[in-house]
Design a protein around this ligand. Structure first.
Ligand code: HEM
Length: 261
């Protein structure tokens, strides 16, 4: 009997069948006719973002669950992976910046009212991270039933911040009031030999928060580079709306701590 060739053991899966490559490559369907050259780029980059968002939700949910169970080591490991993914998300803006505004205009009018504003995975990440805004559900009327259910679940369930406070409580810190929490953060910051794992976990949350804000800042520039001061396809005023979101923070107390040390 001959040995199977390398990679053919079992003979059940191929690269293409395991990764569903044929299905994946059928999902880029431009609206423009005749085809606008840059529309494939536009669709591909948004789909790539959605895949990464899916992975982020997977990792962040696990980090949250483990923190709720009192763990601090693996949640930090998960958050570090998220930071690496988020760097990719920020760097990926370079690719869309290669599109010129006049090439975007060839197909932009086909997109309204579709907009990144309607990315429910993006909003799920925000809710899970701790930035819960129930009014989003009423502002976005085109949500599918599945999207609405997922978002409502994220609003109802504990956030990463709730998980972090659970870890602190299990480590013996009082976390009921803001002053008690700041006292806990200061003690952790001041004794890293003893509380290093908690400090690193807090810093991993700050990294996640910072990365999200950096993405928002790059997204404003990306949008303004394409559409200047025009309104967005989703109906907002555009750049000014996006700029107002850059200063949002998931964990304001961990930022305020800096000024209190
Ligand atoms: C040509 C490139 C892009 C332009 C001109 C643009 C423009 C805009 C504008 C004007 C908004 C505000 C809502 C509206 O009125 O539509 C928005 C929101 C948003 N966009 Fe983009 N965008 C671009 C690319 C992307 C990409 C590649 C992503 C990746 C997923 C993305 C994700 C988002 C998200 C998540 C929001 C909601 C932000 C929030 O509400 O805080 N955008 N975009």
């Amino acid at each position: 009997m001959t040995e199977p060739n390398f990679g053919e053991q079992g003979g059940r899966l191929t690269y293409g069948t395991y990764l569903r490559v044929a299905d994946l490559l059928e999902q880029q369907v431009p609206e423009s006719d005749p085809a606008a050259h840059d529309e494939l780029l536009f669709i591909t980059i948004h789909q790539a973002y959605e895949l990464w968002f899916k992975l982020l939700l997977w990792e962040l949910t696990d980090a949250r669950n483990r923190m709720l169970a009192g763990e601090s080591y693996l949640p930090r490991v998960r958050l570090e992976r998220c930071r690496s993914v988020e760097r990719v998300l920020i760097g990926q803006v370079d690719v869309i910046d290669t599109m010129t505004p006049q090439d975007f205009l060839v197909f932009r009018n086909k997109l309204a009212p579709a907009s990144g504003f309607q990315s429910s995975q993006f909003r799920e990440i925000e809710f899970l991270s701790g930035l819960k805004d129930p009014s989003y559900l009423s502002r976005f009327r085109g949500l599918s039933d599945a999207e609405r259910t997922n978002l409502q679940r994220r609003l109802d369930e504990p956030s990463l911040w709730d998980g972090f406070l659970t870890v602190l409580a299990k480590a013996g810190f009082a976390v009921g009031t803001a002053e008690e929490r700041f006292d806990a953060y200061r003690r952790i910051a001041g004794d890293r030999e003893r509380y290093g794992q908690l400090w690193d976990l807090a810093e991993a949350l700050v990294d996640h928060d910072q990365s999200w804000s950096l993405w928002r800042a790059r997204h404003v520039l990306m949008a303004e580079r394409q559409i200047g001061t025009k309104p967005g396809t989703g109906g907002s005023v555009g750049g000014a709306y996006l700029r107002s979101r850059v200063e949002l923070r998931f964990y304001p107390e961990l930022w305020e701590l800096r000024g209190r040390l």
